[in-house]
Ligand binder design. Sequence first.
Ligand code: MG
Ligand code: ZN
Length: 362
Amino acid sequence: MKTFSIFYLVLLIFPVAGITQGGKKKLTHQQSRPKNIILLIGDGMGTAQIFAGLTANKGWLNLEQCSFVGFHKNQSADNYITDSGAGATAFSTGKKAKNGAIGVDALDKPFPTILELAAKHHLATGLVVSCSITHATPAAFIAHQPSRTMTEAIANDFLKTPIDVFIGGGKKYFNQRKDGKNLCDSLLKKGYAVTNTLSEVVKINSGKLAGFIDTAEPPRVTAGRGDQLLKSLQTALKILQKNKKGFFLMLEGSQIDWGGHANDSAYVIDEMIDFDKAMGEAIAFAKKDKNTLIIITADHETGGLALTGGDMKKGLVQMKFITKEHTAVMIPVFTYGPMASTFSGIYENTDLFKKMKNAFNF
Ligand code: MG
Ligand code: ZN
């Protein structure tokens, strides 16, 4: 009998999920909305890439700390196999685009991105990548162009949104342009700190940051990029968390895909583990902050990778690629934090946008 009375007492004290009171939906603690969202995209990161990294890391990755797993179907508007432009556009706008398109729907009509919506709602916004900042994945969150190859037009679009922080390579698309414009001057006029190297980036603690770390594409992690992704994330978090309303940050482990295209096992593993360090940092931030939703996924798989042998204790893995291109398989979505459970299940890649918009209550 005692258990029954305690049970009813618990019911009286804690509001029940989804109960409607005066027309407003009451949310329990577990379902409370996140103040911040960190979306982490491993370009070309399918389950085999993840497990190759996990094996090389002797049996564990940071992403295993996530609480929920879902899968997304990533076919683009015009192809069974997506590219990174259409893949990221699905996440950023909720629209299926043609391969190669950036921030537009299948008819090349522009749609606001989750980053632009966050900025409109006075949240801080950021993009951190290990490629050029105008590359397809980051571009899809801030630019609206029919083709990913229009890198100078994409660079122009960075000046149309009040983004707080962006860190990556590709400075030449801003200051060595065919049209003769110097967008770095325009960024300075808008109050951005404009950098050339990572050591300059990490010194910035507040304000707006155009964090260039390279004129073109940064090298692979083992060829001199080092801990750029981790340090860039730490810098971005330091600046973005100063906004009391919250923030949206997209971080990309950009070169897992390039390792796949090159059918280079070591390249895939090194980039996978580099990306996992960033995931660990993001999850640690969310654990401390308690108001941050972490979403980890990929746009598509690259290489048709299979793991044909390995030794978890020795951290050895044998890998075989069947193509130098992308493949069509479903991609996992790992989540942690407030509303993480709403990302479980199997859905279209465009639903990621809807789920993030719902989590932010936009
Ligand atoms: Mg990419
Ligand atoms: Zn690719």
